[in-house]
Design a protein around this ligand. Sequence first.
Ligand code: G6Q
Length: 548
Amino acid sequence: MSTPDLTTRPQWQALRRHFAQIGAQHLRDLFAADPARGEQLTLEAVGLYLDYSKQRVDADTLRLLRELALACGLPQRIEAMFRGERINTTEQRAVLHVALRAPATADIRVNGRNVIPDVHAVLDRMAAFAERVRSGAWLGHGGKRIRHVISIGIGGSDLGPVMAYEALRAYSQRDLTFGFVSNVDGTDFVEATRDLDAGETLFIVCSKTFTTLETLSNAHAARAWCVQALGDESAVAKHFVAVSTAADEVAKFGIDTANMFGFWDWVGGRYSMDSAIGLSTMLAIGVEHFRAMLAGFHAMDEHFRHAPLEHNLPALMGLLAIWNGNFLGAATVAVLPYEQYLKRFPAYLQQLTMESNGKHVTLDGAPVDYATGPVYWGEPGTNGQHSFYQLIHQGTQLVPCDFIGFGQPLNPLGQQHDQLLANLIAQGEALAFGKSAAEVRAEGTPEALVAHRTFEGNRPSSTILAARLTPHALGSLIALYEHSVFVQGVIWNIDSFDQWGVELGKQLAKTTIAELTAKDEPPLAHDSSTNALIRRYRQLRDGKTSGS
Ligand code: G6Q
């Protein structure tokens, strides 16, 4: 069934006409015209308060965006996802990360079978294992308790666990250390294990397919390191567990499937951090906090599924992203958490958003004639203020910003939390309102510098505030972005749940590895640049050229 082209929809055309009227209006004028704007253009759900009054929208923009969402069938698509329909059409899969955090009483069916009992059975096994490791009951091969956990995985099997560990470190058991190894660059593994006692180290090998080159190479390295240090093959049973959907591959690697935690093909890699892929998170923060995180996800899921569009936080965020990207022409979004524990959140979001919506054809396979997923990037505040914020304030590109902050610090230190949040709030204000030439002159600035010190403002931002960074709040925050990504994908009519570009990467290097490792240079049939690079690498590696 083919759907009408997005840009020919009357609702899209209406937004275009609306943009012609409102596009040039300055946020200064929008605020002046409506003194209550800062309180009205806000929305609160599941403990997250969103102020979007500094977005370049008015009530008509929001209404037109909602009409577009209805025309694109957003409510039906939300239901289709929650009902387990195969909305990942290019892989013919259901998309049910929402089932991973549903309560035990829920009933979500895939091919007529309720998957919730399976989800909870794995969660219970994870909990029993986590308790044993955390309490010291699980002993290593030589009888020592586990003190170090190394999670091996990449992409969706790494970025979520790393981010969650950093985000919830305040809740972690401090006599356990956690490391994450993802890169096939041997440095990653060597540095992560350098000072560890193998007898106290547990490896969690995370791979949905258990065939990913980087993860298997690192898992083999880990195995060799462990067996060499402990002097016994049988040590693997006490020092390795696997998280995967592929029991046969796990067994082939040599991990007993009794030490495997499963998940399912209806969980996309970048949506898997609350499946068994999150085992390291549970080991770090404990079962109760992990369950609180799942409850936070679930609360946002329920809100997304049931709240009307006018009050639906993920829908609103997704639609604002459409407005900024497709009408204001913003090609990137900066995510700026004013919370040090969220330092890996932008990296996590990069995968979530860009792997999901970095697509150039519609579900029907037709090329799109509109922009899809923007580039996401960011750093925690206030650090970014001393580097790239300059471009956001005075550069020539429009960079909408998401500011994220919390009322209560996890590590109170004098007045530093007030200083932190003062910066967050002041940045949004400066971006929106800028500083006019008249104001700059009034400060006594020499005429030659007035232009340099003028800020045009009108740069859109949203601010998300919550009381405190708890496991529950983190779950809700992630689910907010997950569903916002989904909303954008629905409007763009793309498959947000496949990743053919990643699959390509997994294939591409295979031929080249053979050409790099062959004893003598094999016939090379690439383009002249690739051929020359292969030759030059072989020479540099073998010490046959200085590289000059
Ligand atoms: C995520 C992607 C990708 C994937 C990694 C690891 O959505 O598919 O990032 O998670 O390539 O794959 P495995 O878990 O199969 O090792």
